[in-house]
Design a protein around this ligand. Structure first.
Ligand code: GLP
Length: 238
């Protein structure tokens, strides 16, 4: 059963999530953190950066990445994670990984990423947002509950939602590489964040609907240690 915390604002939610990360790092300075992009975790990164902790030994594994963007594209998740997470938090760039990084054929990239997460000892704490389609990472509806890191097609709704970061919808990649639902479930602690009324339906079906591939976020119900931190608007349908 997930612990659900409803707070008045995204800022307060970010502070609570940041406290959970800070507590982990206090006991485990080389903790493995599951990093998420998107607007949702920004208050967490901001609150954590404000604590000015030494996070230089923390190892990070991002959830997902676009496929097909040119190297160094500012909207690639490698660039976004560097700009919005690694730099403000003082993570060591060499310790931050993104699916598909490090070269090599894309066909083997999923298995390599899985192996690297395992070699790091697994993810201690995974930060998660949720998409309006109910996706976590880029696991769109229909994703296998046991899936591991692999290349996927993006749902049209997700491309539309993410087109705000690109000049036009035609510039949004059609494919991605994402940790699978099975990968995410292996993390020892999941912290799922959601804010705003646009997420209310996805939050309700993830937490209270059937565990089903049609709502990928519902897999959190299978995990023994989940903290859900939402604002009142995102909690409206609970
Ligand atoms: C994106 C990311 C997800 C993220 C979600 C919500 O497409 N791949 O990891 O959780 O959609 O994004 P946001 O937090 O901006 O609403």
């Amino acid at each position: 059963m997930a612990e659900v915390v409803i707070l008045p604002s995204a800022a307060e939610a970010g502070e609570l999530a940041a406290r959970a990360i800070a507590a982990l790092v206090a006991t485990t300075p080389d903790a493995v953190l599951g990093l998420a992009t998107g607007s949702t975790p920004l208050t967490t990164w901001r609150a954590l950066a404000a604590q000015a902790l030494d996070l230089s030994r923390v190892r990070g594994f991002a959830l997902d990445e676009y496929v097909g963007l040119p190297e160094g594209h500012p909207e690639s998740y490698r660039a976004v994670i560097a700009r919005e997470v690694a730099e403000p938090l003082g993570l060591t760039p060499a310790l931050v990984r993104v699916p598909g990084d490090g070269g090599g054929a894309l066909s083997g990239a999923g298995a390599r990423y899985e192996n690297d997460i395992i070699a790091a000892g697994g993810v201690d704490l995974q930060i998660l947002g949720i998409g309006r389609t109910g996706h976590i990472g880029f696991n769109e509806p229909g994703s296998s509950l046991a899936s591991l890191t692999r290349v996927k097609t993006l749902a049209e709704q997700t491309r539309i939602d993410n087109s705000r970061f690109f000049p036009s919808i035609d510039d949004v990649p059609t494919h991605c590489i994402t940790q699978g639902l099975g990968t995410i479930l292996r993390a020892r602690h999941l912290v799922l964040l959601a804010f705003g009324s646009g997420k209310a339906a996805a939050v309700a079906s993830a937490l209270e609907g059937p565990v089903s591939a049609s709502t990928p976020g519902s897999v959190v119900q299978l995990h023994p240690k989940v903290t859900v931190i939402v604002d009142e608007a995102a909690a409206a349908d609970l």
